[in-house]
Design a protein around this ligand. Structure first.
Ligand code: C5P
Length: 222
């Protein structure tokens, strides 16, 4: 179809932050708003795709017609993605916590007089994008690289390590773009070495441009 080129295609999108619980009342998280992932969900939906949005805790309203699954922790998000590995396109826009506490305290952690410092041991979380990149059968994989330093170098490394088809890189050291801001400015790096810069714009505008670029890339959205 002319206006719905992704009809019959399934797109799975991760969005927002994750929360890693320390005890019943405390958790670790980050400043992700979920705006980029939600805008991409809306944009893919408007092209006719069946969209499954796997979202960490955010204050946004899920886009109409999108299947939205709310998750809390990285482990929850990982399990949700694993049950949608049949998607044609995977967009990993969540700001996943890289580490989670080694142990969860069943009771509220107490302040002690023993020391002014508290040491909390953390362990790595599962890398969801990397899992999808190495375990999917033909899913077109899009990841994000939000960095403050050596942005391009890290983005290229991610493209390779995670076996992604496209990495969308942005410099989050600029507070006007990226995490928790309304605008973004990104460069798409493709597996074949080609790239496309999208100049600063609202996240919904950037989302529309990203989906357009992906469609044009080989004409079928794959
Ligand atoms: O490795 P790094 O976290 O820098 O890579 C960022 C990309 O990987 C983003 O697309 C993010 O959604 C994804 N990611 C993930 N699972 C993780 C860590 C990152 O899906 N545990």
């Amino acid at each position: 179809e002319e206006n719905a080129p992704l009809t019959g295609k399934k797109v799975v999108i991760t969005a927002g932050p994750t929360r890693e619980a320390l005890d019943p009342v405390r958790y670790m998280t980050n400043h992700s708003s979920g705006k980029m992932g939600y805008s991409l969900a809306e944009s893919f939906k408007s092209l006719g795709a069946d969209v499954v949005l796997i979202s960490g805790p955010v204050t946004l309203t899920p886009p109409d017609g999108v299947t939205t699954l709310g998750v809390i922790s990285t482990e929850d998000m990982f399990q949700a993605v694993k049950s949608h590995m049949d998607a044609d396109i995977g967009v990993f826009a969540a700001a996943v916590s890289d580490y989670t506490p080694v142990s969860f305290s069943e009771g509220k952690m107490k302040k002690t007089d023993a020391s002014d410092n508290l040491v909390i041991e953390l362990k790595k979380t599962p890398d969801i994008l990397k899992y999808a990149g190495h375990n999917s059968a033909g899913m077109y994989i899009i990841g994000f690289a939000a960095e403050t330093d050596d942005v391009r170098e890290y983005a290229l490394k991610k493209l390779k390590d995670k076996n992604a088809d496209c990495i969308i890189m942005n410099d989050v050291s600029n507070p006007e773009i990226g995490m928790n801001s309304d605008d973004n400015e990104v460069t798409l790096l493709f597996r074949d070495g080609s790239e496309k810069h999208l100049k600063k714009s609202s996240k919904s505008q950037i989302a529309r441009q990203i989906t357009r670029e992906l469609l044009e890339y080989d004409g079928r959205g794959r």
